[in-house]
Design a protein around this ligand. Sequence first.
Ligand SMILES: [Zn+2]
Ligand SMILES: [Zn+2]
Length: 578
Amino acid sequence: MSERVLVAVAWPYANGPLHLGHIAGAYLPADIFARYHRLKGNEVLMVSGSDQHGTPITISAEQEGKKPGEIAAQYHQQFLDSWQRLGISFDLFTTTGTPNHARVAQDMFLTLLNKGYIYKSTMSQPYCPQCQRFLPDRYVEGTCPFCGSPRARGDQCDDCGRPMNPAELLNPRCRLCGTTPQFKDSEHFFLKLSAFQDRLSDWVGEQGHWRPNVYNLTQRYLKEGLKDRAITRDIDWGVPVPVDGFENKRIYVWFEAVIGYLSATKEWAKSSGGEERWRSFWQDDEAKSYYFIGKDNIPFHTIIWPAILMGYGGLNLPYDVPANEFLTIEGKKLSTSRNWAVWLPDYLSRYEPDPLRYLLSINMPESGDTDFSWREFVRRNNDELVATYGNLVNRVLTITYRNFNGCVPEHSKYSEIREYLESLDPRKDLGTTNILDDSSMNVIEDAKEFLFREAGDHLSKCEFRQALLNILLHAQETNRYLDNKSPWKAIKEDRQAAADSLYVALYAISCLKTALYPLLPFSSQKLHQLLGFDGDVQDGGWKPNPPSPGQKLLEPKPLFAKLDDKLIEEETARLGKA
Ligand SMILES: [Zn+2]
Ligand SMILES: [Zn+2]
């Protein structure tokens, strides 16, 4: 029976290019997960969009002398281009700037207001008498009271990393004009998080399948006790507050951005020709939702968003929040302001997507921070993708192509192999009658009984590193099989024996390409075509797809290109430069 899976992915701020921290943190794991479930034949909806609101956008706009909407539109286009080139397969990547999103966010706001989960109160806010406006946190700068840095902002000190509130800053000043701000009362709406303390505690207690880092951090927040939080701001860029007298205020970005998961599903439903289809992902108990985010976003997805959903009622709560830890770059904390980052558009302008997907998968920060280095990138590409997997594929295809007229050879027991692959009983029919020799049988059996089950088990639990390591073991095993059988020697004495072992090897690499498809979609699709299959790898499903004897192969070409050591120095020299 097919499952229904909502793959909800973090909304990047549309104020700058994506970097590898984003990709390792949320986008690559989400894509691997979605591709795996699509291969399984499950109903998958993968959505996200660019976050067009918030002060990160308005500040970038001021710096570049543009309107916030222009900045947001420019980076949104760049995101779409990056997804396509890296193979991040969103069903919909929209923005928070659509009328649909505003409507869904305002409906959420008004429903919670009517139910008493949102209330009005006043709070003291920094106000610039010179600019005659309230200042959002990021618009107040000053000296950090913890580390003395003169560049701290009202939301955070970048030098020591501590979160801040504007009243804590020493010598505060308006970032627009330098004037010392005053503090004035302003009326705002608050989300009554405290009302959800017990329900959230009970619900979180049942989520034993969450990653320990996600579970423990959430429990820590709950134990500290939930405080009500302001959900409107004195700004003019964002979703309007749907209440009279609040025309000059906007819904705070952290409240409306998470609602994007729901509004994007509704937008997808409308554009896919079934306006009510969003319900099957949000109101059906059988549907599961997975939220792929970085660790800095955990409480928004395990506490605040579930509280909003509980307050609204009738919508599915998150099933899992497989948040990743951070990716460091060459051993140092990634910093966009210091340009200590590898930018995705730069990477994609110079290299192929799969080597990056490979490195980030095998080094995915699933249970702790991991590091990206250019040296490791080159080494893993050359030693693992080119020399191990790529070489295996190239050897099998080249020998077959040259010696069997460019076609898949006929195995002497082809129909028995087919029968075994289609039967649900393990080994039974073939193993006991010794139709194949043991080593050939092991390769056929391992793919059928272990590769797909074990790798699939890891992928379904968001254990992407383990899945990849598991698949690579099967590649190594196939390599050993090929060395033992040496069809390049056998071909001279016993053509059928060479055909038999090459057929088994072709079967094995065909299985590998399917199992690797979620992780390395570009090279898998290329191999699919080299093996003479039509269409998309995804059409074959999550199972062995043995090539048919006589199937026409394409002329073999390497799956991966070797990279020059020179690039290590070139690329590391770019880091940290303005
Ligand atoms: Zn500081
Ligand atoms: Zn000012």
